[in-house]
Ligand binder design. Structure first.
Ligand code: GDP
Ligand code: MG
Length: 442
């Protein structure tokens, strides 16, 4: 994943604390690969990475984040911005029924989506009606009827008998029906082809002209990857649309199509469809999609937490405590370790923690279970020993080792480490600040 690769890239850069051109270039390479792997179109990748580099160069050096984290944060923010920032809402007609028309290739998920959207609207106290304007495939009408029944929304379809009808006529007639029956939203399902073709485009354009939709939504399967851009462009020219719906996000596609389509067509992705169930549907969330494209949700959480922790109240308390000489106890030491563990899977992210300084090597050999061992040792100490580790002499060490089921050498190591950490923190306190992670020696 990108996290792993970036961790490697930044092995040599940790602790530098500022964004150099070399740092930026190294990260840009990895981000480029990650985006291509997520099926983002190459021209879009190029433009995007260019923009990120530009911004990274002008960026102030962060106190809370190391260079890798800082660049990832920029990448994430830029992704969210391009994907649309805030989710765009449906525009409803000022009077009469709101007309939503769906367009897209066959198999994109239009018919399924029509019903999901209808259910979603129903839950918002709308009274939608579905319209079967796909008269191409023999069972298309029936499929919409089945879906309509599942969500309890009526379907307008050509009468059996005159069922060879013209989809443009059906669409037009559906508006009359909606007015008569007081439906406030009309969702028109249309036919698709396996590939883009002129006849399909003309039919969709004719329906559009006949019903003048308030929203034309282009429905596209996230799994088609790189082809999404050409298809999206063809439909933009052939039919035109206001928004995009990405389907089949329950598959393993990373969703680069969202970024490509948004950049190339300028149309926002409005909804996301993610499964066969009628409730597998939601507004599109740019931040979630950005994390998915980057494939590094954990890292983003870590960055957020590190930034939060940086100026948290807890760091103030720690600093205060340090100011009093000898105030840093084994209890605090343990608490720090536990705090670090909370930040995520240690072994994986250790290299990415900010402000690690000289403690890097020590911490690199530090696994999660070690915190449990440290905890066991510290808990075998008396309160007096924890508060004033200086009194822990040879016989006390033997007793503590026995109590925690560890070796005396383990106890020795812990005590040494504690004193080293305390020294470091006192130096820092004298230096007038808490660089890097609070609770993190180094
Ligand atoms: P249409 O040809 O554009 O109308 O597409 P359909 O709605 O008929 O969907 C084509 C196939 O994809 C059907 O088998 C659907 O059940 C399936 N499908 C639609 N949306 C999703 C989705 O979000 N996730 C998954 N896994 N399958 C979907
Ligand atoms: Mg269909």
């Amino acid at each position: 994943t990108l996290s792993d690769r970036l961790a490697d890239t930044f092995k040599n850069l940790r602790g530098k604390g500022r964004l150099s051109d070399a740092d930026i270039d190294a990260t840009a390479r990895e981000i480029r690969i990650a985006l291509l792997e997520a099926d983002v179109a190459l021209p879009v990748v190029k433009e995007f990475v260019g923009a990120v580099k530009e911004r990274a160069r002008g960026e102030e050096v962060s106190g809370a984040l190391n260079p890798a984290q800082q660049i990832i944060k920029i990448v994430h923010e830029e992704l969210v911005a391009i994907l649309g920032g805030e989710t765009r809402r449906l525009r409803y007609a000022k009077s009469g029924p709101t007309v939503i028309m769906l367009a897209g290739l066959q198999g994109a998920g239009k018919t399924t989506l029509a019903a999901k959207l209808a259910l979603w609207l129903k839950e918002q106290d709308k009274t939608p009606m579905l319209v079967a304007a796909d008269l191409q495939r023999p069972n298309a009408v029936q499929q919409l009827q089945v879906n309509g029944e599942r969500v309890g929304v009526p379907v307008f379809a050509p009468e059996p008998g005159n069922g060879t009808g013209n989809p443009v006529d059906v669409a037009r007639a559906s508006l009359e029906e909606a007015r008569r029956k007081l439906h406030d939203v009309v969702i028109i399902d249309t036919a698709g082809r396996l590939g883009v073709d002129a006849e399909l485009m003309k039919q969709a354009a004719d329906i559009r002209d006949a019903v003048q939709p308030d929203e034309v939504l282009f429905v596209v399967d996230a799994m088609i990857g790189q082809d999404a851009v050409t298809t999206a462009q063809a439909f933009l020219e052939g039919v035109g649309y206001d928004g995009v719906v990405l389907t089949k996000l329950d598959g393993d596609a990373r969703g680069g199509a969202a970024l490509s389509i948004r950049s190339v067509t300028g149309r926002p992705v409005m909804f996301a469809s993610s499964g066969e169930k009628m409730t597998d549907f939601d507004l599109f969330h740019p931040d979630r999609m950005a994390s998915r494209i980057l494939d590094m949700g954990d890292m983003l959480t870590l960055i957020e937490q590190a930034e939060k922790a940086f100026d948290s109240e807890q760091s103030m308390k720690a600093a205060e405590k340090l100011a009093t000489k000898g105030g840093f106890t084994l209890e605090d030491f343990l608490q720090q370790m536990q705090q670090i563990r909370k930040l995520g899977s240690m072994t994986k992210i250790m290299g990415m923690l900010p402000g690690m300084g000289q403690f890097r090597d020590q911490l690199e050999n530090f696994d999660e279970r070690e915190i449990d061992r440290l905890q066991a040792i510290i808990q075998s100490m008396t309160p007096a020993e924890r508060a004033n580790p200086k009194i822990i002499d040879g016989s006390r060490r033997a007793r503590i080792a026995k109590g925690s089921g560890r070796q005396v050498s383990d106890v020795n190591q812990l005590v040494d480490r504690f004193f080293e950490a305390r020294k470091m923190m006192e130096q820092m306190a004298r230096g007038g600040g808490m660089p890097g992670m609070p609770g993190m020696p180094g």
